[in-house]
Structure formats: structure tokens, C-alpha cells
Design a protein around this ligand. Structure first.
Ligand code: HEC
Length: 173
């Protein structure tokens, strides 16, 4: 019985001894274990001062969204062959999968949509003004159940204008 108690107290003494040893080591010795991890303290470093011009305060996507379609002016000459050629390349990157290589709405991806993508060379689509078409491909078509995806976050504004000029340059079939 006495022997068991001695063993128990011995074990406890070894345990607490080791435990306090480790605690003292961790608290007062600046090497080994957690001391090597960089400690991140909130608000320790001063906030970075932003360079002027980093945050845009004018222009941008919100401006296009808020503007009336008629007020939107393309920065390009809509008849320039260079602009139209660039628009063509962009069309085959961003629109062809739905509207088709022949602009007839027969693109592979487009077939899973209801309503289906329209023929871009139909009289109805060709009659859409540049500004309206720009807004349609940027933010979707403003009609209940319309399915044109909003591509404002996918395509640069200038590239959207070039695509519009390309589509309009195709004319009615
Ligand atoms: C993910 C498929 C998809 C992509 C990509 C896509 N469209 Fe469409 N688009 C549609 C569908 C579907 C409609 C039919 C919308 C409706 O009538 O609701 C449509 C409709 C349109 C219309 C007619 C809008 C109207 O007023 O009826 C135009 C113009 C158009 N798309 C142009 C484009 C152009 C330009 C691009 C490339 C920048 C493009 N679309 C990319 C699926 C797509």
C-alpha cells in the first residue's frame, strides 16, 4: 500500500516537474519551439498610405450602368476596318459559343438556353442601337426572362464596343 503511494507521488512529481520545466522554457527562453514563429499583432504596423490615383473616383462600370443607352458613346469609329477586325476576333472569343460561327444563334452552348440566342443578323437585332447593345452585353437584356449573360466583368469596355461595331457591321442577312 505504502509502496503504491510512493510510486503515485513519484509519478506526479515527475509529471509536474516536466510540465513546469517546459512552461518555464517556453516562457523565458527565446529559442526553440514557438518563439521562432513571427507573432502577428493587430494594429502593430502603421496603415499603408495609399498613393494618389489608386482608387478610381470617376468613370468605371457604374457609370455605364447608370447612363442612358443613348448617352453612351463609343470611343471608336464604328466603320474603321481595324476596329471591326478586332471586334471579329473578340466575337469569336466571347460570343461564338452561343451565337454561332455564322452569327445565326446556332452556337453549341447557346442551344441549352431558353429563349435561344437570336440570329444576330436578323432585322430586329440589327436595329438595336449601339448603346443599347453595349448595355445588353454588359449587363444583360432588360426584359423578364431574358437570358443574355451580363459580360461586364468578363470583357473590357473598349472590347465590348469593338464587338458591337463588328456585329452591326454584319448587316441584315
Ligand atoms: C452563354 C451564352 C451567350 C453568350 C456567351 C452570349 N450570348 Fe448573346 N444571347 C444569348 C441568349 C440566350 C440570348 C437570348 C436572350 C433573350 O432573348 O432573352 C442572347 C441575346 C443576344 C442579343 C439580342 C438581345 C435582344 O435585345 O434581344 C444580342 C444583341 C446578343 N445576345 C449579343 C451577344 C454578343 C455580342 C455576345 C458576345 C459579347 C453575346 N451575345 C454572348 C446567349 C449568349
Amino acid at each position: 500500500m505504502k509502496k503504491n503511494l510512493v510510486i503515485l507521488f513519484g509519478a506526479l512529481a515527475v509529471f509536474f516537474g516536466a510540465y513546469s520545466g517546459l512552461t518555464i522554457y517556453d516562457t523565458y527562453f527565446k529559442y526553440g519551439r514557438m518563439w521562432q514563429t513571427p507573432a502577428v499583432r493587430p494594429h502593430e504596423t502603421p496603415l499603408l498610405v495609399m498613393e494618389p490615383g489608386v482608387v478610381p473616383v470617376s468613370g468605371g462600370e457604374a457609370h455605364y450602368r447608370a447612363a442612358a443607352s443613348l448617352a453612351l458613346q463609343s470611343p471608336f469609329d464604328s466603320r474603321s476596318p481595324e476596329t471591326i477586325a478586332q471586334g471579329q476576333t473578340l466575337y469569336f472569343t466571347y460570343c461564338q459559343q452561343c451565337h454561332g460561327a455564322r452569327h445565326d444563334g446556332q452556337g453549341t452552348v447557346g442551344q441549352s438556353f431558353a429563349p435561344l440566342p437570336p440570329d444576330l443578323r436578323s432585322a430586329r437585332v440589327q436595329a438595336i442601337s449601339d448603346g443599347v447593345m453595349f448595355k445588353e452585353i454588359s449587363f444583360g437584356v432588360d426584359r423578364p426572362g431574358a437570358r443574355q449573360p451580363a459580360l461586364a466583368t468578363t470583357i473590357f469596355p473598349d472590347d465590348r464596343w469593338k464587338i458591337v461595331h463588328y456585329v452591326k457591321s454584319l448587316g441584315v442577312r
